[in-house]
Design a protein around this ligand. Structure first.
Ligand code: GDD
Ligand code: MN
Length: 378
């Protein structure tokens, strides 16, 4: 028995819709109450245009996915990607864009803080001028933020200054999460993107070759409609990682820099523990040194888990225990090779400090490379 109508079996009989002119990419994490409202507003401001909206959800724990499914069932302009075991605004945006075919791409938040009424104007600018990207700016005349406390404003301004300096851009709001661009502007940057953290616009601008021409339009950053911000203390750290990657990242992997910085902190922890045990409590040197080593390795493991490998963070008792043990094992072999190479070089009559540094460097590279395989697996 055939339950399917013949026309659904024959591809020629079904007209195929053209891709939209404009795709709006919206990253979501726990935004269930904002989605229908956003789509309603897009529908109102974009009437007469061919558009679609692509939500990219990182497995929200509220009803966002359900809301997305329901909307997509009734409105063909609504699509979504559902990512499991992933987090990250930037990577969500990148993958959302990669799932589209339209000529123009907008990126905006789900929480209605970005003013959808700008979209038409942004699109017009892209179509009649030759600029590649139009950015919604809070810091142009007529732009602003509705309700932010002094400290958040100050932090935002500082981060903006840093971005302008480091990435040598004259944009008033390079941290904006609200912008529209031509597809080829994205294509010119996509293979160089860091895709870490929050600041996808900054990433795109810093990655594109040749550089993109940008124009800005002012808007007022509204208050969130429902739900809460996902900005947390890690955002500053991720921002730092992004800036490092965009500057020195070509020469040295940022993760290695972080890993080494954490290692440096480990040396401090080691020496403090050693001094306390041996000098203050008269614990014999060998025992003190052994305890200090374990302390430093443990601290390094947790610091790397929180910071260097934040995106692959091990969570829950068993994962952490397994990670910690494998990290001890990796570092022990690292220590043996450190001492081995140093002793060998010293034997070959290299100066003591060169031999020492060579040992440390080999140990660091070993620990970094091997722990990235065994401890923080992909
Ligand atoms: N898929 C996914 N994964 N989405 C996320 C994640 C994530 O890990 N984290 C946040 N989002 C979504 C939120 O659901 C929201 O739609 C959007 O990204 C912005 O998150 P908020 O938590 O509301 O950020 P904000 O309001 O503090 O900052 C935003 O606006 C600034 C000004 O334009 C961001 O867009 C900033 O990048 C931007 O500078
Ligand atoms: Mn927001």
């Amino acid at each position: 028995m055939n339950f399917l109508a013949p026309e659904t079996l024959n591809p020629v009989a079904r007209p195929v819709a053209k891709p939209a002119l404009l795709s709006i990419i919206v990253p979501t994490f726990n935004e269930q109450d904002n989605i229908a409202e956003l789509v309603g507003r897009l529908d109102a401001v974009l009437s007469g245009l061919s558009w679609e909206v692509v939500f990219v959800d990182d497995d929200s724990t509220d009803g966002t996915v359900k809301a997305l499914r329901e909307l997509s069932q009734t409105d063909a302009r609504v699509r979504f990607l559902h990512r499991i075991n992933r987090r990250g605004l930037s990577s969500a945006v990148v993958e959302g864009i990669l799932s589209t075919a339209s000529q123009y791409i907008a990126v905006m938040d789900a929480d209605l803080q970005h003013d959808e009424k700008l979209l038409r104007d942004m699109l017009e600018r892209l179509r009649i001028t030759n600029c590649d990207v139009v950015v919604g700016s809070r810091y142009l005349q007529d732009g602003g933020v509705e309700e932010w406390d002094e400290s958040r404003q100050a932090i935002s301004r500082l981060a903006t200054k840093i971005a302008q300096r480091v990435l040598k851009t004259e944009l008033s709001d390079p941290m904006s999460g609200f912008f529209m661009m031509r597809r080829d502007a994205f294509d010119r940057s996509v293979r160089r993107l860091s895709a870490m953290g929050y600041k996808i616009l900054l990433d795109i601008l810093a990655s594109a070759r040749p550089p993109l021409s940008v124009s800005e339009v002012p808007y007022v950053f509204r208050n969130r409609l429902h739900g809460e911000s996902k900005l947390d203390s890690a955002v500053a750290w991720e921002y730092l990682m992004l800036l490092l990657d965009k500057t020195i990242g070509r020469a040295v992997p940022v993760r290695f820099v972080m890993f080494t910085a954490v290692g440096g902190l480990g040396v401090v922890v080691h020496m403090l523990t050693l001094a306390t045990l041996n000098q203050m409590f008269a614990v014999p040197f060998m025992q003190s040194q052994a305890i200090a080593t374990v302390m430093a390795m443990t601290m390094n493991f947790f610091a790397n888990n929180m910071l260097t490998y934040r995106d692959k963070r091990l969570k829950g008792g068993w994962q952490i225990l397994g990670g910690l043990l494998s990290f001890y094992a990796v570092c022990s072999i690292g220590a043996i090779s450190n001492v081995g190479i140093a002793a060998f070089m010293f034997d070959q009559h290299y100066s003591w400090w060169l031999a020492g540094i060579a040992g440390i460097l080999l140990g660091a590279v070993w620990n970094y490379a091997v722990s990235s395989i065994f401890t923080w697996r992909k």
